[in-house]
Ligand binder design. Sequence first.
Ligand code: AMP
Length: 226
Amino acid sequence: MVLFGPPGSGKGTQAKLLTEMLGLPHVSTGDMLREHIAAGDALGMEVREIIKAGQLVPDYLVIRLVEDRLDRADCEAGVLLDGFPRTLDQARMLVGMAEGRGLRVLVIHLKVDYDVITARLTGRRLCPQCGTLYNIRLKPPIVAGRCDIEGARLIVREDDKESVIRQRLVGYDAQTMPVLEYFFARVRFFEVDGSDRKPEHLAKEIVTWIRSAIDADTDEISGEGL
Ligand code: AMP
């Protein structure tokens, strides 16, 4: 299963809920790469500067990482991929890898109105001392502009400024659209609007779709759906 969603869409929350509900491992290439950087190994050294610069890690490195991960025993029944694939070559490789392992690819696209995302992220405030995150609309501090724990003056993170958020969303579109179009024509694809839904409700709807997609595939394989 591949989960797509723009920054600020709540993709991280959905990944967590879905892996819990389905009992499948959550495989995030971003997390795996950060683990290698933290370990200071050869791969970590190779990708450190690339990630710092906000660029994409070369396909062959990410593909190898995902292939190794999919070969582990806990992925036999399936896996929830997060942050992969990000390029057409990675998407093609994934379809090939899945076929070779007798797995199907299901794609979930979490769509959220960009004005909603901008409102969510520009409302975020950070305590520079303890790192606690607030949101002036959704999770305000007790005293406006001050951290509940430290009393420090809250700040807006550099990448939560509106112009930066718009830039990140444009970047997401440019990177993701070709990959989504590739999948749309080839695999089971579910687009769900998460603009004003409770995360738990959204996750339930996604799981219902996943189950029906799996049932439809099983029927097709056994011939019952024909
Ligand atoms: P993420 O946590 O998914 O935002 O990923 C953090 C960073 O890791 C990205 O900005 C890229 O530099 C790198 N990265 C993660 N996944 C991939 C991927 N599938 N292809 C290339 N680079 C990736």
